[in-house]
Design a binder for this molecule. Structure first.
Ligand code: PTJ
Length: 258
């Protein structure tokens, strides 16, 4: 860490995440646009109270169930997700057996290699990126459409995080099931995913690792979780929580006790 952030700072966790992103930006892992994207996420997290709500945990449980039960699941990782949660992603991959593919919007082979190395240094067992046969997702013009044949292209379930707008739709058009971590429930990604995790990416991934540890032996329970899951209801709960928090703030004016 370049800057010492005192633990006593009221916004310690948030500042630590910012520091991680800045360091990853300087290392060529995060693009400048990623820093802007993080600010949007932070704003939603602030409104949501910077914690994992029940609707997020329910979506995280459904995602873990799919990662364990699907025939060919994959965890798609971009610059921001790697910078914030490389350690947690590696552990989630180990716990669920789902491999990782590095897939970038601002794509360069150099960045892919750096992200692969970061994930490998944290113990991720299988990472696709520079080392695979490439193909294209039909109908997706951004470089994010370039994917690995043995990875995202043939996967049946894909976890994405901190995504730009059109890829989830493109993946769904070719028959994939998609879970998306996105703090903004209004986003195109959040609205089109099969499972929307309205939670901060590092927190969400840590939660999923714990859920996987707890549930991975219990396939009947995992199947039940998938059967009962209703993403519209989850999104409604996320919007309702935002509304209730804003209503409380509007009624009281001052909500932080000093
Ligand atoms: O690394 P690359 O080249 O693939 O580029 C990645 C970025 C992030 C630049 C690219 O995917 C992008 O531009 O994303 P957007 O369109 O800004 O969308 C990012 C979404 O993630 C927004 O809805 C944010 O609210 C949300 N978000 C940002 N930070 C977090 C987050 N959601 C969860 N956890 C976060 N930490």
């Amino acid at each position: 860490m370049r800057w010492h952030i005192p633990r006593s700072h009221p916004r310690y966790e948030s500042l630590k995440l910012r520091e991680k992103l800045v360091e990853a930006f300087e290392a060529g892992i995060v693009v400048p646009q990623g820093l802007i994207a993080h600010g949007r996420g932070e704003a939603f997290d602030y409104i949501l109270g910077e914690k994992s709500h029940d609707f997020a945990l329910e979506a995280e449980r459904a995602t873990v169930a799919h990662l364990i039960i699907s025939k060919k699941p994959i965890i798609s990782v971009n610059g921001n997700y790697a910078a914030l949660a490389a350690e947690e992603i590696a552990r989630l991959s180990i716990e669920t057996g789902a491999p990782i593919e590095v897939n970038l919007f601002y794509r360069s082979e150099e960045r892919i290699a750096k992200i692969e190395k970061l994930l490998a240094d944290h113990g991720a067992p299988k990472i696709l990126g520079t080392n695979c046969e490439k193909t294209l997702i039909p109908g997706l013009e951004s470089p994010r459409g370039i994917v690995c044949k043995e990875g995202i292209y043939t996967a049946d379930f894909i976890l994405v995080a901190i995504e730009d707008g059109d890829r989830t739709q493109a993946l769904k058009r070719i028959g994939k099931k998609v879970a998306a971590i996105d703090l903004n429930p209004f986003s195109r990604t959040a609205q089109t995913a099969d499972i929307t995790i309205v939670d901060e990416a590092q927190r969400a991934t840590r939660n999923m690792e714990n859920i996987a540890k707890e549930l991975k032996g219990n396939h009947d329970m995992l199947k039940q979780i998938i059967l009962k899951y209703d993403n519209k209801a989850i999104l409604s709960k996320a919007f309702k929580t935002i509304m209730e928090r804003l209503e409380e703030a509007a009624a009281k004016g001052v909500i932080i006790e000093f």
